[in-house]
Design a protein around this ligand. Structure first.
Ligand code: CA
Length: 229
């Protein structure tokens, strides 16, 4: 079994490589992000272990790049507990599993074997509501053919709405899924962001898809021409 290990810290990478080789894996180590990306793209691997904080190109960008080249090799990400990113980001970008550092070697090997058994994942489905599309792998959002640029918070909210299209979504749902768990401010912040989103996904296209359900929350629907309302 061929494992690509992208990890820049020698005191993690070297003992890990040795231990994986002892377990019968064939292991190549890339100690910076660009090299890791190049090796991932040029060669075929059974599984890729990806650190996040790497010199030259971070693990998220490597993952984005290999998925955008239609390489669906299982990827396990090594996440730092207090990192800037979290597991939700890893899964959105098409990681198959994650392991918070510090991790036990035995757990990593078990996860690697499980991933390889599961095989290559299907390409993640592009979410679609009417002519609005969101690609969880590349983070591209479009209305018809027109690309829409969102901030990461707006993207997170839209992603949640699109996963629950045509359902009533409350402000509390959105806070729970998109904000940090320790956010203690008012849920009025959600209204502000919904306003921003409408200005990007509806207003320029003369349509109305992100509807207010008074007293309950919001509902994302296939768009209605504004003239028809
Ligand atoms: Ca690192």
């Amino acid at each position: 079994m061929r494992v690509l290990l992208v990890e820049d810290e020698p005191n993690i990478a070297l003992p890990l490589k040795e231990a994986l080789v002892d377990e019968g894996f064939v292991v190549e180590v890339a100690d910076d992000g660009l090299r890791g990306e190049a090796i991932a793209l040029q060669d075929s691997w059974d599984v890729i272990v990806l650190d996040i904080m790497l010199p030259r190109l971070n693990g998220y960008d490597i993952l984005k790049s290999i998925r955008s080249h239609n390489i669906w090799t299982p990827v396990i990400m090594l996440t730092a507990k207090d990192g800037e990113y979290d597991q939700a980001d890893a899964f959105d970008l098409g990681a198959d599993d994650y392991l918070p550092k510090p991790f036990s070697f035995i757990v990593l090997v078990a996860r690697l074997r499980a991933l390889v058994r599961r095989g290559k994942p299907e390409r993640p489905v592009v979410l679609q509501v009417g002519d609005l599309t969101l690609d969880p792998t590349t983070h591209e959002v479009r209305r018809g053919a027109a690309p829409i640029t969102l901030t990461s918070r707006e993207y997170g909210i839209l992603h949640h709405f699109m996963r629950h299209a045509e359902e009533v979504v409350t402000k509390a749902d959105i806070l729970q899924h998109v904000w940090d768990p320790d956010y203690e401010g008012s849920d009025n912040i959600v209204e502000v962001y919904v306003g921003h989103l409408r200005k990007k996904i509806d207003t320029p296209f003369g349509c109305s898809s992100l509807l207010t359900v008074r007293g309950h929350g919001y509902r994302l629907m296939p768009p209605v021409e504004q003239g028809a309302l």
